[in-house]
Structures are given as C-alpha cells and as structure tokens.
Design a protein around this ligand. Structure first.
Ligand SMILES: C[S@@+](CC[C@H](N)C(=O)[O-])C[C@H]1O[C@@H](n2cnc3c(N)ncnc32)[C@H](O)[C@@H]1O
Length: 405
C-alpha cells in the first residue's frame, strides 16, 4: 500500500512538472512529503493524486465556494511565495488545509503557518485533516481573512488562496518590510496570480501568471456574480447586476447582429491578452461558459475551451448582450466577430468590436511583460497617476503597464 501511495504521489508530481509547476526542488519535495488524500478524505485515494482542483463545498445554488486547488497552480504559487525555513506565513483561505501543510513542510519546525478561513465547518475539517497528515502545529483560525490575523503578526509572507478583488490594508500592515504577498488578483474576470513586494510607496509585481480561483467572500468580496441561465449555460456578470435569465436565454437563440472586428486572436492571445483588455475597459463585462456537451449549443464558436466548457467574453446589459465568437466561415483569417443578441445587442456588439480593435492598436498587450503597481489608497490626498491602465478598487489603485523590452 505504501508503494502504491508513493507511485500515486510521484505520478502527480510528474503531471505538475509536465505543466510547468514544481521546478523548484523544495516544492516538489513538499508535494511528495505531504499526503494529499488526508485532505480530501471523502474521495477515493486515486482521485486525490490527480492534478485537478477538487471541489469540497458548494453554495445553495451549486457554485463552488471551497476546494483543494489544482496542484500545478499551488506549486506555481508556492514558487512565487519563495518560502524559506524559519519563516512565518499567513494564508487566507485554509480550505482543506493541504496548502498550509505544504507550507509547514517548507518553513520547517522553526517557522510558523497560520491559516484563516471564513467558514467554521471548513476550519474544523482543516484542523482534523492537518492533524491526520502530521501537521498539528499549523494554526487554523476562523475569521474573515480581510483582517489578516494580527495576533500572530508579523509575517514574512502572506498568501491568499482565494480570488481577491482588492488588497486588504491589514496584509501589508502585518507583513515585515522585506516581506512578500502572493494573491490571485481578479482583474474583472481575468485572474492573475501576482507576487508583490513593497517598494517605497507602493507594491510592485515581481511575477505574474494566469490562474483561476473561487472568489473571496466577506467584507472584501468583489461585485461579480455568477448567474446560472440554464442547465448548460452560466454567465459571470462583472458588475454583479442581475440579468433576466429567461430573456437572455431566449435572446441567444435569435440571429445575432454581427460586427467583424478584424482582430485575429487564438485561445492563448484571447486568454492572456484580449480578455484582460476587455475586463479592464468594459464595466458591463461578462464571461459566458457553456457545457461542451450542450444539446443545442449557443456558443459553438466560442474562442476558448476550458476543461469541458466553451468560454467567451463580452458585455451584458439587462436582456441584451454581445460576445466575441470565431467567424462563421472557417479557413479564412476573418478575425473574431462581435455578435450582439437582444434589443440592444447591435449597440453592445459595436462597442465590443471597437474595444477589440483598441487592443490591437495598443500592440495586443497581455500577461507577458506586464507589471502591476498597487498603490494603497489614502483617504486624503490625490491618488497617484503614473502611466498605465488604472483599475481602482476601494483600498487600492492598480496600475497595469508594459515596460519596454
Ligand atoms: C480554493 S479554497 C482554498 C484552498 C486551500 N488553500 C487548500 O489547500 O485546500 C478558498 C477558500 O477561501 C475561503 N474564503 C473565502 N473568503 C474568505 C475570507 N474572506 N476569509 C477567509 N477565507 C475565505 C473559502 O471558504 C475557501 O475555503
């Protein structure tokens, strides 16, 4: 049995490495040392060692609110965090406790790990899981992670393992001056895992990678909302406004108003560049996702396939929406089409096509070479306005830029 377990663990680490995670030997060693199946005790052991996110809790509407994240994503973020033996670390989002255990392994007996979760039941199971896996020293606390955990501060590292919409002032206050913060930053439907360090009067990104996480709840929750339109289709609405599901569903079955964009973008350009551009520029942004197995597909020409779903992005306003789709005629480089549905679909599609062309004209900016500066917003005094794309959140002004070279 021990041999089988070792084989499963090695196989998982091989999958993680094949996908670009765990290049750091210490992270690979932690993945081999901490048994993941102790953190998902309700699943078969084999399932625990797949390189997949495992949902452990859903809300009343079936949306995931807690999971053990995909091991590759965890490995990548642990590399961004760059933990050393003896360090003190705060995690926001204890979930199953697995990542906390990996961190406990990395900081060793002279370090300390505190992990916070907002749900009491999750805290109880994380504690039990950690004890079973041989890491009872991890301190698991039930609290809204927006407040950090001042009692055990200061920390050398702070990591959020839940999608954050804003940087909580408490995280910076509870960090040592040379410390580092790693967060999955939700830039409006386009998530980037960002490692931040303090430089003078703001946080500067040191590394930045695409990712996807469940969203933070509590006082720092963003406005976005997931609307389940029907069994096959769901829409994430960036500004959180309610959409009339029946009207949207009906609109999507009609013939669209088509605006060719002239912009060619493959899945990678779309995921890393155009999607981020739209997220930052379109306040009514939305992301549509449809089951690939849908009987009557409405997003058959969606530019992205993520796991078993087709995904695209656009803008929604009440009973109308517009999305970007691949051109109907295959084989010719026509570029993406902005397709509008419902009474104001034409107008929304025209706006979407203009934004797509704006991305092209700006040099098709994407994650590669992007920097994010994060300025804590003071209640008094003017907000800094360096060059770049500004994304304002209640506590932070984020400025995205693409330094030359
Ligand atoms: C993707 S899971 C974390 C996975 C976890 N690190 C692991 O290894 O299993 C995200 C977690 O964040 C928690 N969460 C959401 N909002 C929170 C908040 N405001 N404060 C603390 N935890 C929060 C959720 O309850 C959920 O358990």
């Amino acid at each position: 049995v021990a041999d089988e377990l070792t084989a499963l663990q090695r196989n998982m680490v091989a999958q993680v490495r094949a996908r670009g995670g765990a290049r750091d030997e210490r992270v690979a060693e932690a993945l081999l040392a901490v048994p993941r199946h102790h953190f998902v005790p309700d699943l078969p052991v084999e399932a625990a060692y797949q390189d997949e996110a495992l949902v452990t809790k859903r809300d009343a509407d079936g949306r995931p609110i807690s999971s053990s994240s995909q091991p590759t994503m965890m490995a990548v973020m642990l590399e961004q965090l760059d933990l050393r033996p003896g360090q003190r670390v705060l995690e926001v989002g204890a979930g199953t406790g697995y990542n906390a255990a990996l961190m406990a392994h990395l900081v060793g007996p002279s370090g300390a790990v505190v992990s916070v979760d907002i749900d009491t039941d999750l805290v109880d199971t994380a504690r039990a899981n950690l004890a079973r896996a041989g890491h009872p020293e991890v301190r698991v606390v039930c609290a809204d992670g927006a407040g950090g955990f001042a009692t055990a501060a200061p920390y050398d590292r702070v990591i959020a393992t839940v999608g954050v919409w804003d940087l909580a002032p408490a995280w910076g206050e509870q960090l040592t001056p040379a410390g580092r913060i790693v967060v999955p930053l939700d830039l409006g439907g386009a998530d980037r895992s960002v490692a931040f360090e303090w430089s003078g009067d703001h946080w500067t990104s040191r590394s930045l990678l695409p990712c996807g996480f469940v969203s933070m709840r509590g006082v720092l929750a963003g406005p976005q909302r997931t609307m389940v339109i029907d069994a096959d289709l769901s829409i994430v609405v960036g500004d959180g406004r309610e959409l009339p599901a029946a009207a949207v569903s009906a609109a999507l079955t009609g013939a669209p108003a088509v605006h060719p964009t002239g912009v060619l973008a493959g899945p990678r350009d779309f995921f890393e560049g155009l999607g981020l551009w739209l997220a930052v520029h379109e306040p009514r942004r939305c992301t549509l996702s449809e089951a690939a197995a849908a009987v009557t597909p409405r997003l058959g020409r969606a530019p992205l396939a993520i796991q078993d779903r087709r995904v695209t992005t656009g803008a929604a306003d009440g009973d109308s929406l517009a999305v970007l789709l691949r051109p109907a005629q295959a084989g010719e480089p026509h570029g993406l089409e902005a397709c509008g549905y419902g009474p104001r679909g034409d107008e929304l599609a025209a706006g979407l096509a203009t934004l797509a062309r704006g991305w092209q004209a700006a040099g098709r900016p994407g994650s590669a070479g992007m920097r994010i500066a994060a300025y804590p917003r003071a209640a008094d005094g003017p907000a800094p306005s360096p060059d770049g794309l500004v994304v304002d959140r209640p506590h932070t002004r984020f400025v995205l830029s693409w330094p030359a070279g």
